[in-house]
Design a protein around this ligand. Structure first.
Ligand code: ATP
Ligand code: MG
Length: 402
């Protein structure tokens, strides 16, 4: 096999000492995690790049397919290797250029000679390889500035290395390099996209879902599990906390006027989420809210909802149009799952005409007649936790009685 390793160029990287070390260490761990099925990978890190050693073609295929999903990688290139011998080098250059033979392309050879004992200097190597490759391909013409293909040749101490392709990475920062947040994950289109965007900024996620059986079906919960699992493709495991929310919703329906019940529902969700966030040591809460999308997402509503906590609420989609969100959902593969038609707990309790400009004092006044705190404590305590991608069934609460 001609491929010897994959060179990885780091994405956006704060250049300062410790942060940089952390970025590189995280990226290496995340790559190991994502490709755990391949066994132990040999990864060598340098200040500005990283190399994964390749054992065989099958491993190469898996890496090429998976690396574009990993945050923190700006681009990567398969690297071929051969003996430090001009004939072998010419032959390898031909083999690599063969993969471009059906396209009309501009081209140049760029040589770096790290091993100064090699008998030819960079310029001569460049001329010899270029002179060997060009006559064999009618489709190639030389262009020195910004060619379509730059065949990079590096004569190092152990071997000669070559690469011709720069494959774009996902950009962003390695998941985990920017702390942990709790994602409020509904079964809709928006929240998985919000989670993805925060992962891209290096945030590790746990997720929380509010579930109101029997008003919401088991299918709707399964859908949320599939979405949580899909998000793990981007390089980290996710714990999903499922909150039994029926009791709280029923109390809201009974005690709070229907035109502000949506606001109260959101406030209670946020209170529960904030307690779970504290227990799991997460620093912020992430939602899929987008300004003006629905009644609960006007500035007035967001203000009334937000008033229950000082915890930072991250809303990466706040300025996105629905179509832009759908675009990302399709790209990351969550759209098809999100549009499955299972009711989530809010659609069923949604009042006919929710207030778009709820007044905080009024909402607080209506809530003051009921003891929500006790119910919130209970909901947090009775939550079920699932881990993805490794599916772990929660302990069957009735098993002890059988
Ligand atoms: P989505 O498509 O993500 O469901 P949406 O447009 O349907 O969003 P809403 O239902 O108003 O919007 O919800 C706004 C946000 O509140 C969601 O993006 C999500 O972060 C959170 N949320 C709503 N319902 C739930 C739920 N059942 N469990 C957890 N979070 C929820
Ligand atoms: Mg929703």
């Amino acid at each position: 096999m001609i491929w010897k390793e994959i060179l990885i160029r780091y994405g956006e990287l704060s250049t300062k000492g410790r942060n940089k070390m952390d970025f590189i260490r995280r990226l290496r761990e995340n790559i190991r995690y994502a490709f755990a099925d391949l066994g132990h990978l040999h990864i060598r890190t340098e200040r500005d790049r990283m190399f994964i050693a390749i054992q065989d073609e099958a491993q190469m295929d898996v890496l090429l397919a998976g690396l574009p999903k990993i945050f923190g990688i700006q681009s990567f290139s398969p690297v071929a290797a051969c003996e430090k011998d001009m004939d072998a080098m010419k032959q390898l250059a031909l083999t690599i250029m063969d993969t471009f033979k059906d396209q009309q392309l501009t081209f140049k050879v760029e040589v770096k000679r790290t091993d100064k004992t090699f008998p030819l200097d960079s310029h001569s190597i460049q001329r010899e390889i270029g002179g060997h490759v060009l006559p064999q391909y009618q489709n190639l013409s030389v262009k020195v500035k910004h060619p379509d293909v730059e065949l990079r040749v590096e004569v190092r101490h152990d071997s000669t290395y070559m690469m011709a392709q720069v494959i774009p990475g996902a950009g962003g920062m390695p998941v985990g390099s920017n702390g942990k947040s709790l994602l409020m994950l509904s079964g809709g289109i928006d929240s998985p996209v919000a989670g993805y965007l925060m992962m891209k900024r290096g945030v590790r996620l746990e997720a929380i879902h509010f579930f109101s059986p029997p008003y919401t079906s088991q299918n709707s919960l399964e859908k949320v599990k599939v979405l949580a699992n899909e998000l793990t493709k981007f390089g980290a495991s996710i714990r999903l906390h499922v909150i039994p929310f029926t009791e709280i919703q029923v109390l809201i329906k009974d005690r709070v006027p229907s035109n502000v019940s949506m606001t109260t529902t959101r406030r209670m969700m946020l209170k529960v989420a904030d307690k779970v966030r504290e227990e799991i040591n997460a620093l912020a809460i992430v939602t899929g809210e987008s300004l003006g999308q629905v009644a609960s997402q006007t500035l007035e509503s967001l203000t009334a909802i937000n008033a229950v906590t000082n915890t930072p609420i991250l809303r990466p989609l706040i300025s996105n149009d629905k179509l832009e969100i759908i675009d990302i959902a399709e790209k990351i593969g969550t759209y098809e799952t999100s549009i499955q038609p299972f009711e989530d707990c809010c659609t069923i309790f949604t009042p006919a005409s929710p207030k778009t400009k709820p007044k905080l004092e009024k909402v607080e006044h209506y809530e003051s007649f009921s003891d929500f705190d006790e119910l919130i404590e209970r909901a947090v305590k009775n939550r079920e936790v699932y881990i993805f991608p490794k599916k772990e069934q929660p302990k069957d609460k009735f098993a002890d009685l059988l």
